[in-house]
Design a protein around this ligand. Structure first.
Ligand SMILES: Nc1ncnc2c1ncn2[C@@H]1O[C@H](COP(=O)(O)OP(=O)(O)OP(=O)(O)O)[C@@H](O)[C@H]1O
Ligand SMILES: [Mg+2]
Length: 464
């Protein structure tokens, strides 16, 4: 429909055609209808910007039509036309969402002022809507991922996001970014203007999950709110319902979800009225869901309905190429947040970050950088700002400076030079490994000059 379109609904052909002609002259795109029924049919197919709606119509009255049009197309502006100033009808129409009213015979000048104002409102609304959509698109959650492993996952995300109701199951260790990926799916999907409702099934008492998800009717159980309550499924209509920690769903909630996934329909607790809505269900867990199925704690059929598409998010250790880009991203983020001037990460700190085994994955990395930025001044984030050891989590948790586990001196004595050489060699090898063979970086880690490092390395034959 081109812009500035108007439907006129009036059973008096003379009045209708007169108005139509006059408005066409003013460059509006106008169509006329003799009954509310025919107009509603056309509006459902192709809603105009504005409807001029006569109140006294044969068949369905203008007041009834107003209610129907407003409920189905709330954005359409409706101006009522009334044969005489019937105050009550006019007031109730205004209450039901009419924009204005004009009295017959219509004064063209007055009507044109109303239309000009209405179309200004419409233009403003459209502009706000376009801005809102642009904002949503531009403010997608910032997802960092350069490794091949995560690129593969994101490729799949881009594909599955396109269909607005395919269920998706996201699996992965704690802190790997499952919720962020769920958000990315939502914002890349055709449902992105709709709500994204997140439910943490583990944080909710099992007995309450069902009523939280599906809502209840009044009097459904003791303590139920008088008016009944809409569930989260309903709140996620035309959007995304994110079920986090699905392994913790109660058996009752599992049955209801299965039915809902199969049919798109559900009943509120204590209700007999069938509700139908469209939403996408994304579920996630860091538990082994197939083990829960095998143990009889999770329904096999529901597992398969959830996992129409299964996304497995690799742990941070399985995508070490992402560590530094993520660390730099978080460094800038927190540097801005805490008004600091960090501009980089020292080579030793980078090496330690790359080497660490990250049991808490991205969340742990993010927290670590946040703490480092908060407690230090920069401009570089140094190894000591991280509170990590160079090889933490891999072999040794001792702090530098802690006394090493030394072999005790036997009565026969020890080979002091060989032991020292071994320790030295171990550190040199470790530093070179962390620095990917770069001597300058390795030297920096050991607080040696590059020359000293080279000299000693040559003496310790066999250091690779
Ligand atoms: N690829 C990424 N780029 C940027 N930030 C990320 C990325 N992955 C995760 N994060 C951030 O790491 C934190 C943890 O991510 P998220 O909450 O999505 O993990 P999760 O897998 O849902 O964890 P859990 O299993 O504990 O619920 C969040 O602050 C998130 O913004
Ligand atoms: Mg999560």
């Amino acid at each position: 429909m081109s812009s500035d379109s108007i439907y006129i609904v009036d059973d008096e052909a003379l009045a209708r055609n007169g108005l139509k002609l006059a408005l066409k002259k003013k460059n509006y795109n106008v169509q006329g209808f003799g009954t509310a029924e025919s107009a509603i049919k056309a509006i459902d197919k192709n809603p105009p910007d504005l409807v001029l709606l006569d109140i006294g119509l044969p068949g369905m009255s203008g007041v009834e039509a107003l209610e129907i049009i407003k409920s189905r197309h709330p954005e359409v502006i409706i101006v009522m036309i009334t044969a005489y100033e019937d105050v009550e009808t006019v007031v109730s129409s205004m209450k039901n969402g009419a924009y204005e009213y004009v009295v017959k015979p219509v004064q063209m000048d007055a009507l044109l002022v109303i239309l000009r104002n209405a179309f200004e409102t419409i233009a403003m609304r459209k502009e706000i809507q376009a801005l809102h959509e642009k904002y949503l698109k531009e403010n997608l959650p910032c997802f960092i991922g350069e490794s091949n492993a995560i690129q593969d996952v994101m490729e799949l995300v881009a594909k599955v996001a396109q269909s607005p109701d395919t269920p998706i199951l996201i699996l992965g260790d704690t802190g790997t970014g499952k919720e962020l990926i769920a958000k990315a799916i939502h914002y890349k999907s055709p449902n992105f203007k709709g709500p994204m409702v997140a439910v943490n099934c583990a944080a909710m008492p099992k007995a309450l999950i069902e009523s939280e998800l599906f809502g209840y009717e009044k009097g459904a159980f003791t303590g139920a709110e008088r008016s009944g309550k809409a569930g989260l499924v309903e709140k996620a209509a035309h959007g995304t319902l994110f079920l986090d920690e699905v392994g913790d769903l109660s058996a009752e909630a599992q049955v209801k979800l299965l039915r809902f996934l199969d049919t798109g329909e559900y009943y509120r607790i204590g209700g007999t009225k069938k509700h139908a809505i469209q939403t996408r269900i994304i579920s996630a867990t860091n538990r082994d869901l197939s083990a829960l199925v095998a143990a009889g704690e999770f329904r096999n059929d529901l597992y398969h309905r959830f996992a129409v598409v299964k996304l497995e998010v690799p742990s941070l250790c399985e995508r070490r190429d992402d560590i530094i880009p993520m660390a730099k991203h978080f460094l800038l983020e927190f540097s801005q947040k805490f008004d600091k001037t960090f501009n980089g990460i020292s080579a030793a700190a980078e090496a330690a970050l790359k080497e660490y085994n990250w049991p808490g994955n991205v969340r742990e990395l993010k927290n670590l950088i946040e703490r480092g930025v908060l407690l230090s001044e920069g401009p570089q984030l140094m190894l000591e700002d991280l509170g990590l050891k160079a090889n933490n989590g891999r072999q040794d948790n001792r702090q530098p400076g802690d006394s090493p586990h030394l072999p005790s001196i036997s009565p026969a004595g020890i080979d002091f030079s060989a032991i020292i050489a071994n320790i030295e060699r171990a550190y040199f090898e470790e530093a070179l490994k962390l620095a990917d063979g770069n001597e300058s970086k390795a030297a920096l880690m050991l607080n040696l000059t590059r020359d000293k490092f080279r000299y000693r390395r040559q003496k310790l034959d066999g250091v690779r």
